[in-house]
Ligand binder design. Structure first.
Ligand code: FAD
Length: 290
């Protein structure tokens, strides 16, 4: 398919999109393709695929799956690309692999630090963004409604975000959050910081108490009291927890849709039923057209 630039879609409409991760370890890439084809039936404007920091593990699968989204499913792909621990040559190789296969939307990320990992030739995501803009691709970047977990000063966090825009980022996708009020406050802070590129809200359903706790520590995500109460009420039933997690995420999506948002990105965790529930909720509230 002719690759569309996500920045152009965002100029035209409020977007609806999904994130998946490539199959890990012994799982065949075919499993990822199957998930993509199921999610494609729910009509996303684009789908993103994550990339292992350091280019290790399944990074080739990420590129394959991004190409598959476009070639087989006619869905615009957003390929994540991390720079931590990578040389300029490795990044150039991956960008060439992507663009030669028609993938010209890249989410530029530093990647999470792994103990003992070397920095690589690009220190921050903003350095990678500058490089990618020279390659004429449409570039997205990560943003953090509650600030990045490594940065204790919110004002500095906002300055670092502004650097991504100044380096040429075309749009932003947020880290997951469980409290929409914090997203609304973040948008106001972006306005004050003259960050004008579209901000796509990323929502992930919770699946268990341990996952929520992990998110609080790895991402610095606030857990609102109403979410804690729901977890306590549900106890240990995995099925009830999954169902409640999807319902909570759909409530967040509906509220965001009602409050005007540039786009909604659903962290599907490779579960097509999450994408379907999100699509249905957004049809019900007329964010999406039937
Ligand atoms: P950066 O923007 O480089 O920021 C990293 C830290 O450095 C921050 O604390 C920031 O405040 C600070 N900083 C930035 N610029 C400067 C500067 N000039 N001077 C001093 N400090 C500075 N990880 C993966 O491994 N694979 C993925 O596919 C992936 N996908 C993601 C998708 C989204 C939407 C999001 C929100 C995150 C994703 N991540 C992924 C996680 C991400 O890699 C981590 O959050 C990582 O810790 C930071 O990445 P970044 O691109 O925001 O880094």
């Amino acid at each position: 398919m002719n690759a569309v630039r996500i920045a152009d879609i965002l100029r035209e409409k409020q977007t609806f999109s999904f994130e998946i991760f490539p199959p890990k370890d012994e799982l065949p890439v075919e499993a990822g393709r199957q998930i993509v084809s199921e999610l494609a039936t729910y009509g996303p404007d684009y789908m993103s695929v994550t990339f292992s920091a350091g280019g290790s593990g399944n990074s080739e699968h990420s590129i394959d799956i991004a190409a598959h989204m476009q070639d087989e499913q006619q869905v615009t792909a957003l390929a994540h690309l991390t720079c931590i621990g990578s040389t300029r040559e490795q990044i150039a190789h991956n960008v060439k692999e992507l663009t030669s296969r028609g993938v010209n939307n890249i989410l530029a990320l530093r990647g999470d630090r792994v103990p003992g990992q070397t920095e690589g030739d690009f220190r921050y995501a903003s350095d990678l963004i500058s490089y990618l803009k020279e390659q004429d691709v449409c570039v997205g970047a990560a943003c953090y409604p509650e600030g990045h977990v490594e940065c204790e000063d919110d004002a500095r966090s906002m300055e670092h975000l502004k650097m991504k825009q100044d380096a040429g980022a075309d749009f932003l996708v947020t880290q997951l959050f469980f409290d929409n009020e914090l997203f609304y406050r973040f948008r106001e802070a972006c306005d004050r910081a003259r960050i004008k590129i579209p901000v796509v809200a990323g929502i992930m359903p919770f699946t268990s108490e341990s996952q929520v706790k992990r998110m609080a520590f790895t991402c610095g995500a606030t857990i609102p009291a109403r979410l804690i109460k729901r977890l306590v009420a549900l106890g240990n039933s995995p099925e009830d927890l999954k169902k409640a997690g999807i319902e909570y995420a759909c409530d967040q999506l509906t509220d965001l849709a009602a409050n005007g948002v540039d786009g909604l990105h659903v962290y599907c965790m490779n579960r097509p039923e999450v994408g379907k529930a999100a699509r249905d909720a957004l049809l019900d509230c007329a964010y999406l057209e039937a």
